[in-house]
Design a protein. Structure first.
Length: 142
């Protein structure tokens, strides 16, 4: 199974976010190949992929979404790019799970209100792991 993990890279990123993204990717690796495993690199999350052109990043990421069976997105930090990736995935019939840390901020109604997207909030990685496990069990029987 190929998994596309989406998260804010160019937008708001903190050391806390980098830690959670790395751990979420580690959890996802139990269910398949994470095409965006390099997103767990804290330096990448702080600096972005400045050596690559915007077109290259767009085309590469769209190709990875096309190859994936599902999209798991950390939507704790708002990101236009992640929103774009979610919409692109919806249009291609991908199963999508959006995870958000409980931080008192409200998730966009455009994501939470979309019946084609599963959303869940978590307060710890054990809770996130259980949500992910339930998503894969519900959609793929694993």
């Amino acid at each position: 199974m190929k998994i596309y993990f989406a998260t804010s890279i160019s937008g708001v990123i903190t050391d806390d976010s980098a830690y959670y993204n790395k751990e979420l990717i580690n959890i996802l690796k139990n269910f398949g190949e994470v095409l965006t495993e390099h997103f767990s690199n804290a330096d990448l999350q702080r600096k972005g992929e400045a050596e690559l052109t915007d077109k290259f990043i767009h085309d590469r990421d769209v190709k990875w979404i096309d190859e994936s069976e599902c999209i798991i997105a950390d939507v704790t930090n708002p990101s236009l790019g992640v929103g774009y990736e979610i919409r692109y995935g919806i249009e291609r019939g991908k199963k999508i799970l959006c995870l958000k840390r409980k931080d008192g901020k409200r998730l966009s109604a455009m994501i939470k209100g979309n019946g084609m997207v599963d959303t869940a909030e978590y307060s710890c990685l054990a809770e996130a792991s259980e949500i992910i496990k339930n998503f894969f069990n519900k959609n793929y029987g694993i």
